[in-house]
Structure formats: C-alpha cells, structure tokens
Design a binder for this molecule. Structure first.
Ligand code: F6R
Length: 606
C-alpha cells in the first residue's frame, strides 16, 4: 500500500517523480504528492485524488523546478483521503514520504504535542516527520538513527532536510524499497516498474540500512554509518512489459499474456519431460520428509492454493490445509519440522503472508514461497523460492499471477506424487506434457471473449449473483466471484453447489444470475441437479462446462464451452472466461477496471 519515489539527477525532477509514481498507482490512488528542492527550499504540492489531479494542480499553480525530490501515491490507512492527509508531510526543515504503518504513533504524537508540536493531519506519518524535526541537530544520519530507535511498525521512508539541499535519505523496515542507479542520477522506489523508464539497475535496500542519494549517486550505509558494498541487480523486465501495449486496460493485457506467462514459468522447470524444481531447493529427500502441507496466502493467491490443495491431495495423498494468512498467523497453528508451509504471493510483500511465513519459520516448519516479484521480502525470507515468471502485473485484479501460481502447484504436485511413488514416471510425464499443452488451450479459450462480453452485458444490472461449483470447480468459483465483485462492485458469493440447499438457496429470486462451473466429469451430473434447483426458482444460469456437453434449456440460459482435457488441469483454462466476464462487466459498467475503488495491489499493512 502506498508507493514512494525519489530522484536526484539532472532531469526535471517533478516530471520524473510523476512518471515514476504513475507506475506505482497500483499501490494506492487516494492522493498523490511531491516535494522538490527549488532554489534551496523544499516546495510541496499534493492533493486528494489520482495523480492526474496533482499534475493539473502543478500546471495551474506552478511547476516545481528542481532536480531532487520525493513523491508519494497513497492508499489511506490513518485518516481519510484528503489534501491534508496526503504526503509528503513535514515542515520547512524536514519533509518525508512514507509507505507502511507506524504502530506507536499515538504515543509519540502525545509526547510531541506536550513539546508544543501541532498536528495538522490524522496520519501516522506526520508523527515521524515531526519526530525527525524534534531530534534534528544538524546531523541527518544521527537524527534518522534516533528516530528509527523509537518508531515501531513497518515503513519505507524518503526524507529530505532543508539544510542538506539536493540530498535524499531513505530507510526501510518491512515495507519494500529499492535504490535505482543510472547515469549521473539515482532513484528510490517502492517497486521496480517505477524506475524502468530511466534505468534497470538497482540495489535492494535491506532492513535498517540508510541510503543517501546526492550528486547523481547513491550510497548505502549500515545503521552504524559504515558504508556498504551492495550487489547491483538488473531488472529483467523492460518498459514495454510494464506498459499497456495497445490494450485498453492492463487487466485485459494481462489476461492475454497468460499463455506466455505459463510457458516462461514452467519450461525452465521441466527436464526430460519430468518436473524439476531442484534449482529452487526442492529435492526428493526434502519432499519425502513432509507429513503435512500448509498453504498460506491472501485473496486470489489463496484461491490458487485451494487448487493446489485439491491437486496435491489427489495425486500425492498428503494432507494439505489452506489458510488465509490473516487467520493463520493468529490461530496458533500446529507446525513441526516435518511440515512444509507454502506461502503464495504475487507481490512478495503482503504483510499478513510475510508474517505467516516468519511464524512458520519460528515454529520450525520448512517454508517454500511461490512469488512473482524478485528480491521481495517473502522471496528473501523463505527457505525455498519458486519464482513465477509472469512479468509485472499492474492491474489491481490479479489474473496472470494466479495462473502461474496454479501452474507451479501442478509442477510441485507432480514432482511430489512421483517422489512418493503415488504416480509412475510414465503418468508423471503424461501429466507434465498435458500441462505444457495448456498455453495453446488457453489461446483457444481466449477466442470466446465476445461470448463473455455478451454474458457480461446480461449481468450489469444485477445487484447480486452467485457462483457455484463442486470440488475443483468450487475453488474456481471462489476466484470467479472475487474477480467479479472487486472490479464490477456487484455483490457476489461463491458456494459449494451441494451446500446451497442448506440456506443460501433462499436468496435465489427471479432473474438472479448464477454462474455454475462444471468441469469435473465425475461431479457433472450432481452439479447439473443443483443448477436445476436454482433454475426452477427463477435463476438465470450461465453454465461453464466442456464444449461437448449438451446443456438443455432447463439447465442453462447461456453456456461457455471449454476444451476437454484432464479434469485435474481444467482450472487453468476454466478460469479464463471467469476473468473475462468480470473484466467486461466492469468495462460495461464504466468502472475504472485497473484501479477499483478502495483497493491497492500490494497490501503491506495487516
Ligand atoms: C485480487 C487480488 C488480491 C491479491 C491479494 C494477495 O484480484 O489481487 O486478492 O491476490 O491481495 O496479494 P499478493 O499475491 O501480492 O500477496
């Protein structure tokens, strides 16, 4: 949540900050602001609303001309979205931008109020700005160190002191921060896409290190002020990958990129036709040690874990428990050194998932992270990492990241099942080959885009709908339902089809849309019976099933036909129409598809 950036160099700093912030708007877009050194003073401009509002304001009220500054795009946590709560915060002497949450800000605020400080905003961030001012004694590093010793919580901070013109100081704890370096210029940013227009080279700032950016250079110090030699990393994403590439929305682009993302993720992990995750530290010996597997994640990543559970249990016969990270970390789970905890995260920074990982490590379990963003906190702290190579996912609603997370679960399940001799080498090779065929199958499903748009046009006036399915289709229904509700704002629930008659069916009224997913042949007839039950009560049914299945009018009003492949692999092609239906419903309702209200992409607060 929240994105921060900073720039020192020779370019028009305000322009660079706005360009960089635009790439971070997925982290929040309640307000935006910049602070830039202009003729030795720090000038601030900030406003509620999107970045475009700030840009207009700057054009109208006067561009800030300078070559060093910091910027922020906000997802509100403390205090409503407003001009006054927007970052940067501070006074003429110290100005900061912040991503994270300061847990003990109330205590510090009371203390500072007693010392005569007056607070303007409701933010936790203003407390840090004022605490820096309070301790400032002419030595920025010493001041920062004192403040870090007092604040608790998570933060990535960009700091400027008026007495040290054209210099940025940056620190982090738990919230992400990178330090980019180009020709005679340096950057700070919450995420790599923010700097890609200018450079691909960056350092990962570690906890409690202090970066100092000046004269177009970046130097990094440890907490004792000793200069560090850090490894320079190079992003393998390019600008094009982070741009819309001709699509009207990132979400549609990312849905279309799924076949390629699967290939890039799985092909390097297949050796002689067999899954091979050994480069990620997953060895047969390790696999044979596990008695229980836990999958812990949030939102869509958790839904990928639900597919993983079905597949692992079915093939490898090992019990798998799936938990929402915010529940897992507080439910005192029972873990031993014979357990594997798999954490799944696109961003690798989700606060609850990160804490669940730390808890699992403390309790002695082995940890495996399935993560998209290289060098993210979760990737760095897990015992083993399988990177999903989806490239940058910009749209807040996750699509391609889900797809590759599921693909990794398949590879993992095949390898585990083979290691445990639950499947033969021949079967393992056959399944792996079928997985490799999925990208082409998804390309076929993508051609049903118009049918999905047509179905979406039937949903836009509904205020409630249901998704139902059984087994793997139930896991899929949950993802379909989340996708639709988060971007179309239509209230939607997912239910195990057989569970409907235990209460929920009373919600079904004339014309209420029910999206039924039935891709599992063994469960098909049972799901059809449940669909007939809702149809008989007036529901409008959208049926997602195999192309070859004939669907009578007493079962479905609309059908989406899917290619026939192994039942176990059906979630990959079957999620695509659910993503497209959600996408078009949002488009047809005129919503901001890529930036749905109240949401942010990287949830770095619990
Ligand atoms: C929904 C969505 C969220 C994320 C969740 C976890 O479309 O994107 O539910 O899946 O916030 O985020 P990561 O995967 O970054 O941990």
């Amino acid at each position: 949540m929240c994105g921060i950036v900073g720039y020192v160099g020779k370019k028009d700093c305000t322009k660079v900050l706005l360009d960089s912030l635009q790439k971070l708007e997925y982290r929040g877009y309640d307000s935006a602001g910049v602070a830039v050194f202009e003729n030795g003073d720090i000038r601030i401009s900030k406003s509620k609303g999107r970045l475009a509002v700030l840009e207009e304001k700057l054009k109208k009220e006067g561009w800030i001309n300078g070559s060093c500054g910091i910027g922020h795009t906000r997802w509100a946590t403390h205090g409503e979205p407003s001009d006054v709560n927007s970052h940067p915060h501070g006074n003429a002497r110290v100005t900061i931008v912040h991503n994270g949450i300061i847990e003990n800000y109330q205590k510090i605020k009371k203390y500072l109020e007693k010392k005569g400080y007056v607070f303007e905003s409701q933010t936790d961030t203003e407390t840090v700005a004022k605490l820096l001012d309070y301790y400032y004694d002419g030595d920025p590093m010493e001041t920062i160190r004192r403040v870090l010793g007092e604040i608790e919580g998570s933060y990535a901070l960009g700091i400027m002191f008026k007495d040290f013109p054209n210099t940025i100081y940056a620190v982090r704890r738990d919230s992400p921060l990178i330090v980019g370096v180009g020709d005679d210029e340096a950057f700070i940013a919450s995420d790599v896409p923010a700097i890609l227009k200018f450079t691909r080279d960056y350092y990962l700032l570690d906890m409690d290190e202090i970066a100092v950016l000046k004269d177009g250079n970046a130097e990094i110090y440890d907490v004792h002020g000793i200069k560090l030699e850090k490894q320079l990393l190079t992003a393998d994403w390019d600008m094009e990958a982070a741009e819309k590439g001709g699509y009207p929305h990132y979400m549609l682009k990312e849905i279309s990129e799924q076949p390629e993302a699967i290939k890039t993720t799985i092909i390097p992990r297949i050796n002689n036709g067999m899954p091979d995750l050994s480069e990620c530290g997953i060895t047969t010996q390790r696999l044979l040690n596990y008695q229980n597997i836990f999958v812990v994640a949030c939102g869509t990543a958790m839904h990928a874990g639900l597919v993983g559970k079905y597949v692992i249990e079915q093939l490898a016969r090992i019990p798998v428990t799936v938990d929402v990270a915010s529940e897992f970390r507080y439910r005192n789970p029972i873990l031993t050194d014979k357990d594997l905890v798999i954490v799944v995260s696109q961003s690798g920074e989700t606060a609850d998932t990160l804490e669940a990982l730390r808890l699992s490590k403390r309790m002695g379990a082995e940890t495996l992270a399935i993560v998209n963003v290289k060098g993210s906190s979760i990737a760095r702290e897990a015992d083993m990492v399988v990177y999903t190579h989806a490239g940058p996912e910009i749209s807040v609603a996750s699509t391609k990241a889900y797809m590759v997370q599921v693909a990794v679960f398949y590879l993992f399940a095949f390898e585990l099942a083979y290691a445990k001799e639950a499947i033969s080498e021949e079967e393992c090779k056959r399944l792996t080959k079928s997985l490799m065929d999925i990208p082409d199958i998804i390309n076929v499903v993508l051609q049903q885009s118009e049918q999905c748009k047509y179905i979406a046009s039937k949903l836009i006036n509904s205020s409630n709908l249901l998704y139902i399915g059984r087994g793997l289709d139930y896991a899929l229904s949950m993802e379909g339902s989340l996708k639709l509700k988060e971007i179309s704002y239509i209230h939607s629930e997912s239910y195990a089809a057989g569970e409907l008659k235990h209460g929920t069916i009373s919600l079904v009224t004339d014309g209420m849309p029910v999206i039924a997913v039935a891709t599992q042949r063994e469960l098909f007839d049972k799901t059809v019976s449940n669909v007939k039950e809702v149809k008989a009560r007036g529901a409008t049914v959208i049926f997602v099933t195999h192309s070859y299945k004939t669907v009578e009018s007493d079962v479905a009003d609309y059908k989406i036909g899917l290619p026939t492949i192994d039942d176990i692999l059906m979630p990959m092609p079957a999620v695509v129409p659910l993503q497209l239906i959600a996408y078009y419903t949002s488009v047809l309702k005129g919503n901001d598809v890529d930036k749905p209200r109240n949401l942010a992409k990287s949830v770095t607060v619990e």
